[in-house]
Design a protein around this ligand. Structure first.
Ligand code: URA
Length: 439
């Protein structure tokens, strides 16, 4: 390990054998954390070649179970979002893609801090099971075209160990290490095609478009080198996606979108993601695939698929058919605009934290969620508001949670005399050896 640290520290390329050996020995407990920390810090400063990144991703993926989806007929397509605030797209696009005849067998995560997680949103549906046996998981996909569950089994133990070490050694924000971490889990999850949604802006892990494109290029190269058709969209997370933040509030908005009544931004991003998933699965050219996705909403087929999955996973579909049946928060509180002007920015991380403070998110891994808590935005960036207008409604089960959350939320919103120019929701699209920029 000393030699490998030295090699990376000096900017040399490690061989495939060296990387595989190092990863296996680290998981086996034969390489101490202090040596792996030095290696990770060397990667942070010297980077990794495409070949090193691909080999290490494969080694990390193979450190645990590799899910074999071959008993599910047809092409399987996965999607990964790097996380954000109000991102309920999985609940919209998985049913759309399934309605178009492409299977989605997906493992999702839980939320932490300001970001939400799809598994938490699904568990806001009464009775919904997100922990299935592999047989049950396959059965639901074969029956309904889709299933979304929590990460199960022994998936990428090397990533768990490496991530925990990166977290305490200031090596999280290294593009090759992030790419290895994300893509190892995607490769282990077994789908044929992978669409990456790299979020950018104040609510995202990646704060600039340049960094997001670099991460996307790295992940697309890994996916393609591993024989999976892979593409990435760089999408806006400088503003919450849609209007609802919080678990059942986000399910309600996802369902409204599947009924054709969703907010414009959420609908546009969802159609683009779903279209790209269909494109990767070989359903046609991208514009035709986006049309196909639209049609799945108009025909009601996508909503039917969501209902079928909810029922197959033990959930109460009456809340999907009629959102009023969701349990409501005990208290609501209106946040009023402190002055007149245009909303020119919303610090999205702070919006997510305000929602967490209301009980909708986790401050620590063990926090208990209040599914009905959260925020509904009444105005967003670019809109003119008068002093005293309601900008957002906060929901919580205890009234005394409102004061601090309101302060956090107000701090997050910039109101100015001059409006800002509208930016696109999708900044770039990356395929193998191809970057299309829309800004
Ligand atoms: N998400 C991951 O899964 N891994 C990282 O390293 C960063 C974000």
């Amino acid at each position: 390990m000393y030699d490998l640290i030295m090699k990376k520290r000096n900017g040399e390329e490690l061989s495939e054998q060296e990387i595989r050996h190092m990863t296996q020995e680290y998981v086996a407990g034969n390489i101490p954390d202090y040596q792996m920390s030095a290696f990770l810090m060397s990667v942070y400063f010297k980077g990794m070649t495409d070949k090193e990144t691909s080999v290490m991703t494969d080694a990390v993926a193979r450190s645990g179970d590799m899910v074999d989806l071959s008993s599910i007929e047809g092409i399987k397509v996965d999607k990964h979002s790097t996380g954000g605030v109000g991102d309920k797209t999985t609940l919209i696009i998985a049913p759309i893609v399934a309605a178009c005849g492409v299977k989605v067998a997906k493992m999702s995560g839980r939320g932490l801090g300001h970001t939400g997680g799809t598994v938490d949103k699904m568990e806001a549906i009464p009775g919904m099971r997100t922990s299935l046996t592999q047989e049950e998981f396959f059965e639901v996909v074969n029956k309904t075209g889709l299933s979304v569950i929590g990460q199960s089994g022994n998936i990428t133990p090397a990533d768990k160990k490496l991530y925990a070490l990166r977290d305490v050694t200031a090596t999280i924000d290294s593009i090759p290490l992030i790419a290895i971490s994300i893509m190892s889990k995607k490769l282990a999850a077994g789908s044929d095609c992978i669409l990456l949604d790299v979020k950018t802006g104040s609510g995202a892990f990646m704060k600039t478009i340049e960094d997001s494109i670099a991460l996307a290029e790295c992940m697309v190269a890994i996916g393609e080198n591993s024989g999976r058709r892979t593409a990435a969209l760089i999408t806006d997370m400088d503003i919450p996606l849609g209007n609802n933040i919080g678990n059942s509030l986000e399910v309600i908005e996802a369902v409204a979108t599947l009924k054709g009544n969703g907010p414009k931004d959420l609908t546009e991003v969802s159609l683009s993601l779903a279209g790209n998933m269909l494109y990767l699965a070989g359903k046609g050219e991208l514009p035709a695939c986006i049309e196909m996705a639209k049609e799945a909403i108009v025909s009601g087929k996508a909503l039917e698929n969501l209902i079928a999955m909810v029922e197959a996973q033990g959930g109460d579909s009456s809340v999907i058919k009629d959102s009023d049946k969701f349990e409501k928060a005990a208290f609501a509180y209106e946040v009023k605009a402190p002055r007149s002007g245009y909303i020119t920015h919303m610090n999205t991380e702070a919006c997510g934290i305000a929602s967490m403070m209301l009980g909708a998110g986790r401050e620590t891994k063990d926090s208990i969620l209040d599914y009905a808590a959260g925020i509904i935005l009444k105005h967003k960036v670019g809109e003119y508001i008068q002093e005293g207008d309601v900008i957002a409604t906060l929901y919580a089960s205890e009234e005394d949670l409102f004061k601090a959350a309101e302060l956090k939320f107000i701090e997050a919103v910039t109101i100015a005399k001059q409006n800002v120019e509208k930016e696109p929701l999708i900044f770039a699209r990356i395929e193998k050896d191809k970057v299309e920029k829309y800004i």
